[in-house]
Write a protein of this length. Structure first.
Length: 433
């Protein structure tokens, strides 16, 4: 969007008084670079960590902490009323408590009481504070009210200690905030306590120690699925092949694999404990039949052709293993299809045939080709269901598409009532790290 457009989004970035307040600068920069009108509202404590001048210079707007500055403009109600999105990063334990209690004792809490747009909190604090029942209840209260509270990352905290409570990187916070802005509502916690396995990226099938057969998958769609599933409450195992330069989403366990065979065994192992598997990876159908132990040289011995052998079909293998009782009978299996039309039919015709062959529960279909799907940040397509229903996926970010796919997975999951509880459910540490 042009910075001069009258349609500029109005974004409020709230900043709490935590050691990670400096990372708010990256979040502010994301929105100013997108052309948004950004108002930074720090707490008084936040200014102990980052100076007012930094926030004013980055946002290009004046910065106040109390409700008695600029009174004729009534900013304590106007900022919230007019905002299109409020992002609070970092959200301290204290700030979560004040907001959950409905306090309005500074400009940020007053703004949060008047905001009717999507609101996202990115908490950051020591693990003990994050796991304290008071914070757990405050987070649950806010989520119940339709606020999105991002799962913190796990890692190095203020001192020498490590654990869950770290503020995710600014790009991660911005990606989730942008999804909320696109959706226009909070992320439902419909996957709380669920275990999801998501594959992403492309495999590489070695030919010799320096060469491989690969593909153009960037991994963006699978990483978006993992990010959104974790923020909807799932415990996510992301089985990742090769990707573009992507940072792993926070609150997700990543298993790195290289070849289709490695991906198959990692997916099968994780699927045994999962509620759903989403196969978004681009897995090679074939691999070189033999792998040379030294680099293949030009010259008299150079091969004319490269014989290929077929890799197992991981998706079909999951469906067969479920039918044979080797995987849970209620495991939901979702495939992805990258299709092009040809003389035998259009994209949907091929996709319907693929669903029929693979017998998975849902098939997400992308039309691929020049400027579509691969390596792009946006996507569209359809979700075909084993029950015959077909849903068009509107054009939007890969995060929005991920969100729509997870909307379709949720009703297929076996109700949790009466099921044995998964280990570690129902706490703020529910996601694995
Ligand atoms: C060096 C230092 C680092 C702190 N880091 C955090 C933190 O990461 N998270 C947190 O919840 N509180 C942290 N605190 C405590 C808060 O600053 C304190 O609770 C304050 O009242 C928060 O005010 P606010 O919520 O209005 O910003 C820290 C305090 C100090 C002195």
């Amino acid at each position: 969007m042009s910075p001069l457009s009258s349609q500029r989004r109005r974004i409020v970035v709230g900043v709490g008084g935590g050691i990670a307040a400096y990372k708010a600068c990256g979040v502010i920069r994301h929105f100013t670079e997108a052309g948004d009108d950004v108002r930074v509202v720090p707490t008084e404590s936040a200014l102990q960590f980052v100076g007012r001048a930094t926030f004013e210079a980055l946002s290009g707007n004046p910065v106040h902490t109390g409700v008695f500055a600029d009174v004729p403009e009534v900013p304590h109600v106007r900022l919230g009323q007019e905002a299109d999105l409020v992002v609070v990063a970092p959200a301290t334990a204290d700030l979560l408590a004040r907001v959950a209690a409905g306090r309005a004792d500074d400009l940020l809490t007053a703004t949060l009481l008047t905001a009717r747009c999507p609101v996202v909190f990115a908490p950051a604090m020591h693990t003990e504070m994050w796991e304290h029942p008071a914070t757990v209840e405050n987070v649950a209260t806010l989520r119940r009210r339709g606020v999105t509270v991002i799962e913190p990352a796990s890692g190095r905290l203020t001192g020498k200690d490590t654990g869950p409570g770290r503020l995710p990187e600014p790009d991660e916070i911005a990606a989730i905030a942008e999804l909320l802005a696109e959706r226009g509502d909070a992320l439902p916690r419909s996957l709380d306590g669920r275990r999801l396995v998501i594959s992403a990226g492309g495999t590489r099938e070695p030919l010799d120690p320096v060469r491989f057969l690969g593909n153009r998958s960037s991994g963006k769609q699978g990483y978006a699925l993992a990010r959104v599933a974790a923020q909807r409450g799932a415990e996510v195992t992301l089985i990742s092949g090769y990707t573009a330069d992507l940072a792993p989403p926070s609150a997700v366990s990543v298993v790195s694999v290289r070849t289709a065979q490695e991906m198959q065994s990692a997916v099968r192992e994780a699927a045994a404990r999962a509620d759903a598997v989403v196969m978004a990876a681009a897995v090679a159908d074939f691999r070189p039949a033999t792998v040379a132990t030294s680099k293949i040289k030009k010259g008299a011995d150079e091969p004319d052709t490269v014989p290929l052998t077929r890799n197992d079909d991981i998706l079909a293998g999951l469906v067969a293993a479920r039918a044979e009782g080797d995987l849970p009978a209620d495991l939901v299996i979702v495939g992805f299809a990258a299709e092009t039309g040809d003389e035998n039919g259009d994209v949907l015709t091929h996709a319907r045939a693929k669903l029929e062959r693979k017998k998975c529960d849902l098939l997400v279909v992308n039309a691929v080709g020049e400027g579509k799907a691969f390596e792009m940040d946006v996507n569209d397509g359809w979700i075909l269901s084993a029950d015959g229903s077909e849903t068009a996926l509107e054009h939007g970010s890969k995060a929005l598409m991920a969100s729509r796919v997870l909307d379709a997975v949720t009703p297929l999951l076996t109700p949790t009532i009466g099921r044995p509880a998964a280990d570690g459910e129902c706490t703020n540490t529910g996601s694995s790290h």
